[in-house]
Write a new protein. Structure first.
Length: 148
């Protein structure tokens, strides 16, 4: 069986919602219906500066997703790529879905002349970090958030 990575389509909304809800549940959070609608519309807008989405299929069934964004960076003339969300169904984990999604983002960024892809994860996400440590370099930065 092979994993197919393809762009998110408008017809994917039901499966995208299922997958993204799984991702949000994993991080013990939720979002309002308005955020679901707005995020899905943005992912499908094809506008510069908006997030893009990819779906991983296994035997024609969506089993994973990723969302990513190109943005400017003050330390470089070139844009960089932020891989914000990465999720694989629990039953498909350990079968290469996460790796395939990350590599697909990397390949798309390279094709678009982007020179760096970065992402964050919870320090306790040990299973995912085993993969991430093989694919990229961990940085010493710590994220802070101040609510407004």
């Amino acid at each position: 069986m092979t994993i197919l990575i393809r762009p998110l389509r408008r017809s994917d909304e039901t499966e995208w919602r299922r997958l993204w809800t799984g991702y949000l549940d994993f991080y013990e959070t939720s979002v309002a219906e308005e955020v679901y609608r707005t995020t899905f519309a943005r992912l499908n807008s094809a506008s510069d500066g908006e997030f893009r989405g990819l779906i991983a299929e296994w035997d024609g069934k969506p089993v994973g997703l990723t969302h990513f964004l190109y943005h400017r960076h003050c330390w470089s003339v070139a844009n960089v790529c932020y891989l914000q969300d990465l999720y694989a169904d629990p039953d498909s984990r350990g079968k290469g879905v996460g790796r395939a999604l990350i590599e697909a983002v990397h390949a798309q960024a390279k094709a678009d002349d982007i020179h760096s892809v970065y992402w964050m994860t919870n320090r306790d996400n040990e299973t995912a970090r085993l993969l991430y440590d093989r694919l990229a370099k961990v940085t010493p930065f710590i994220k802070y958030v101040k609510a407004i």
